[in-house]
Design a protein around this ligand. Structure first.
Ligand code: NAD
Ligand code: MG
Length: 385
């Protein structure tokens, strides 16, 4: 029986993780849950999964929840201290980081320090602090398993391959809802348009990131840290059917790929049970119905989210944090319908242009770079009004 904690249990990855727990009651149990502000869903999860600890980001929501679940033995926590406690309690073996954004940074680092295995969905954390996290993972000897479908595919394709036999990683991208559109056409896209992803149902932030290709940019940086390859060894190709989840080419030109229907339950379950495989209900790939798997070059002039990520990676240090922080802020403004779609790129590029890189930043430096980026965006938008 593996005891797990889940940061972001009420979200898309969080609820799918709980579906897997529900289907494997003899193998998995939930000891700790954390969410932002969805009191009703967290209450239902507490009643069903009986965790010992649950945290809400919002203090008032935590107080309300405490009253609602007073008839159960669960301990309710709140704020950053609550997230960190949930991530480090002695009882859990593995933490599923399914929270959205770089707010997951401190809890993830503390969990690794406490010797917890990590199933990482929260890519923003690795993007901003890969240089701190990967050495810590090594030092602590914990398992650090990707949940992101592409990275799970790469991880599965690598199997027991020797690191120096990797020629390149081929990261596939669906292209999102705006594939094939011009910059002119992108300018008029609304929140509702951007939220209409062709293949995947996900949280709002990552769905917008898929439309801008910032998600693929974050995934390039995520792959850089997870697999210890150079930026030149990571190639992104558009594969609109989302059946090949990514590939690895080896030095002898042999290529290994992982394929499947677009269903996050597979990479989540693979991380939960690694190195075992377990049965999973659902549809198999129907190659005869799919007929063709196609590939395209990404349009880097239009979808600037991807080239900006390569620039951030080349600049190194605190720059990937600025790329990520500017995007987080810009996406939340886009979701509030305060800026247009193309302004997301302008704000990321502007934030990066203004930032002076700190090499090898500490957690404090990273959080300061995040704040500096938010301030830059707030000031820039105020000047416009
Ligand atoms: P989501 O918006 O559906 O869920 C986010 C979760 O985080 C919610 O439970 C929310 O309550 C919680 N949360 C947000 N802010 C919080 C805070 N301050 N304190 C505590 N909890 C907080 O997002 P999602 O789509 O599930 O994505 C989660 C992460 O997984 C992201 O980093 C995303 O990039 C990554 N990811 C998601 C998918 C997917 O299919 N959804 C695929 C690959 C990677
Ligand atoms: Mg992905």
């Amino acid at each position: 029986m593996k005891k797990i904690g889940i940061l972001g249990s009420t979200g898309s990855i969080g609820t799918q993780t709980l579906d897997i727990v529900r289907n494997n009651p003899a193998d998995l149990s939930v000891t700790a849950l954390a969410a932002g502000s969805n009191i009703n869903l967290l209450e239902a999860q507490i009643r069903e999964f009986r965790p010992q600890y649950a945290a809400m980001w919002n203090e008032e929501a935590a107080n309300e929840l405490r009253i609602k679940v007073a008839d159960t033995p669960v301990k309710i926590l709140s704020g950053m201290a609550g997230l960190i406690e949930v991530s480090t309690v002695p009882e859990i073996e593995m933490l599923v980081t399914a929270i959205v954004g770089m707010i997951g940074l401190r809890p993830t680092i503390e969990a690794i320090k406490a010797g917890k295995d990590i199933a990482l969905a929260n890519k923003e954390t690795l993007v901003t602090a890969g240089h701190l996290i990967m050495p810590l993972v090594k030092k602590k000897g914990i398992k650090f398993l990707p949940v992101d479908s592409e990275h799970s595919a790469i991880f599965q394709s690598l199997a027991s391959a020797k690191h120096d036999t990797i020629k390149q990683i081929i990261l596939t991208a669906s292209g999102g809802p705006f594939r094939g559109k011009s910059a002119h056409e992108l300018a008029g896209q609304t929140k509702a348009d951007a939220l209409r992803h062709p293949n995947w149902t996900m949280g709002q932030k990552i769905t917008i990131d898929s439309a801008t290709l910032v998600n693929k940019g974050l995934e390039v940086i995520e792959a850089y840290w997870l697999f210890g390859v150079t930026a030149e060894q990571i190639k992104v190709i558009i594969h609109p059917q989302s059946i090949i989840h990514s590939m690895v080419e080896f030095i002898d030109r042999g290529i290994m790929a992982q394929l499947g229907t677009p269903d996050m339950k597979l990479p989540i379950q693979y991380a939960l049970f690694y190195p075992e495989r377990k049965p999973l209900q659902g549809e198999s790939v129907d190659f005869l119905a799919a007929k063709a798997l196609t590939f395209e070059e990404p349009d880097l002039d239009t979808f600037k989210g991807l080239p900006l990520a390569f620039s951030a990676l080349a600049a190194g240090g605190s720059m990937p944090c600025v790329y990520n922080a500017a995007n987080e802020k810009a996406v939340s403004l886009f979701l509030e319908e305060k800026i247009g779609f193309l302004q997301i790129y302008e704000l990321i590029a502007g934030g990066m242009a203004k930032h002076k890189v700190i090499l090898n930043p500490s957690v404090e430096d990273i959080l300061a770079a995040e704040l500096e980026t938010y301030n830059y965006i707030n000031e820039k938008l105020m000047r416009k009004v």
